[in-house]
Design a protein around this ligand. Structure first.
Ligand code: AMP
Ligand code: GLY
Length: 452
């Protein structure tokens, strides 16, 4: 009898919590999953292959050698470096944007040009070719809040939100002294500081159709109450009550669809995950930034709620037939992801050590512990970086999901481990406001008065 290969072989590129969640979900969808290079958690459901996410020739070779049917790219760096172009040149199927389209994330100036072309709401900005010119501009506007941005991938370090011109001048002085930032800079932008609530909305697109995913909220500041240094994200929850169905439809119509069209008209069609970082301002949602891939930790909170097949969706996107698949199905209720980090993060992390309690945490109902920076050493899982775990739980409500996630967090220990204690609290507060408003509306209606 001839054995027929039944499952698809998928390669996931990357080694963080996002990639663990993608690998976990694709394995659940029936795929045989390889992860390059993966981490101590991806080993549970996939095969780790020791190829770095940045080694494009070796990744192409791996996909060919192992007859991979579909490759999914996690992080932005390989996208910007052209991994999709390299795979497609070899006739290999891969989910993600080309290097030219990934500039939507890689270059803030390119992003602004596309937003302008699509008439998409965003903060007005000025562009400068030198630090000196930007400094002069900031100095002349000492009382105004503003945001200084370096054009180029700067791993979250290229944005300075400033209360006034003086602070902006100091930020520009810091910038001038930082070699790593100066070399990433293709230019400098100074834009208007927007006020409001920040949310993340992602969509999968094949350049023609788009599938908008449930809205989330990330927590970028290191400490409770949104204070402290900026991080890659300390936790997320899904869906966020700051974006109701009507607002999500508006975001799709005014932001996501026009961006996809503007990319097409600019001859850089966008395929992959279009991630909009949005500020919900008094004048409506405005784009802070676009990313060209799933957010991390948003991806972890999103995928635990996905009841339908991610594999089918990504396959359809790669074949440019997204309009032929049914919209994804989502588990009712909510999910919460709490990132557990090492001592020192987001600064330098000097220690790594064995992690205890992983099995007890994972044994709790509705809990998935995604690994962000771990490795297996002598049969034990040890921490190997700053953001170590993305402890994720689903629940019937946001409150229950939060409780479940933090109960799992309490099972896990390593020297110096810490996390924010307030993930999802802004969402819970918003739910209370909505409930009070609808109670008020019911009371007003039964009073015989109008609710408007
Ligand atoms: P980015 O790296 O572009 O995502 O920016 C990092 C963070 O800076 C965002 O998550 C926002 O919190 C903040 N930010 C960026 N642009 C603005 C803006 N125009 N107004 C206010 N905050 C901003
Ligand atoms: N969580 C934000 C990002 O992935 O860029």
């Amino acid at each position: 009898m001839v054995r027929v290969k039944t499952s698809k072989r998928v390669l996931v590129i990357g080694n963080g919590g996002r990639e663990h969640a993608i690998a976990w979900k694709l394995a659940k969808d029936g795929a045989e999953v390889l992860v390059a290079p993966g981490n101590g958690g991806t080993l549970e459901t996939a095969e780790n292959v020791a190829v770095a996410a940045g080694d494009i020739p070796a990744l192409v070779d791996l996909a060919k050698r192992r007859a991979v049917d579909l490759t999914v790219v996690g992080p932005e760096a390989p996208l910007v470096a052209g991994v999709v172009d390299a795979f497609e040149a070899e006739g290999l199927r891969i989910f993600g944007p080309s290097a030219a389209a990934a500039r939507l994330e890689g270059s803030k100036l390119f992003c602004k040009k596309i937003l302008h072309r699509g008439d998409v709401p965003t903060a007005p900005f000025h562009e400068f070719r030198s630090v000196a010119a930007a400094r002069e501009f900031a100095k002349a506007r000492e009382g105004e809040p503003m945001v200084v941005k370096v054009d180029g991938l700067a791993a979250g370090k290229g944005v300075f939100v400033c209360r006034d011109g003086d602070e902006a001048v100091r930020a520009l002085d810091t910038l001038a002294g930082e070699k790593s930032l100066a070399s990433a800079a293709g230019g400098i932008l100074i834009e208007e500081k927007l006020d409001g609530v920040e949310v993340s909305v992602m969509a999968i697109t094949d350049g023609h159709a788009i599938v908008t995913l449930p809205p989330l909220q990330d927590h970028k500041a290191a400490h409770d109450g949104d204070v402290g240094p900026n991080t890659g994200g300390m936790g997320a929850y899904c869906p966020t009550p700051f974006v109701d169905a009507a607002l999500l439809a508006e975001i799709e119509e005014r932001i996501l669809v026009p961006t996809v069209h503007a990319m097409k008209r600019s001859k850089v069609p966008f395929y992959g995950v279009l991630y909009a970082g949005l500020m919900l301002t008094a004048q409506g949602p405005k784009v802070l930034e676009f990313n060209a891939r799933f957010g991390d930790p948003e991806c972890e909170a999103l995928l635990v709620r996905m009841d339908s097949s991610l594999l089918e969706l990504l396959d359809a996107a790669v074949d440019r037939r997204l309009d032929s698949v049914a919209p994804p199905a989502w588990r009712p209720g909510a999910s919460v992801t709490v990132v557990m980090a090492s001592e020192g993060y987001p600064g330098e992390v000097t220690r790594s050590g064995p992690i205890r309690g992983l099995a007890a945490a994972a044994g709790r109902g509705g809990v998935q512990v995604f690994h962000a920076a771990t490795k297996l050493l002598d049969g034990r899982v040890v921490s190997s970086g700053g953001r170590v775990l993305a402890v994720t739980a689903t629940g019937e409500s946001l409150g229950k999901a939060k409780l479940a996630a933090y109960s799992a967090v309490r099972e896990i220990r390593w020297d110096g481990a810490w996390c924010r204690k307030d993930i999802a609290d802004k969402g819970l507060a918003r739910e209370r406001v909505i409930a009070a408003q609808s109670d008020g509306a019911v009371a007003a209606t039964t009073d015989g008065t109008t609710t408007d």
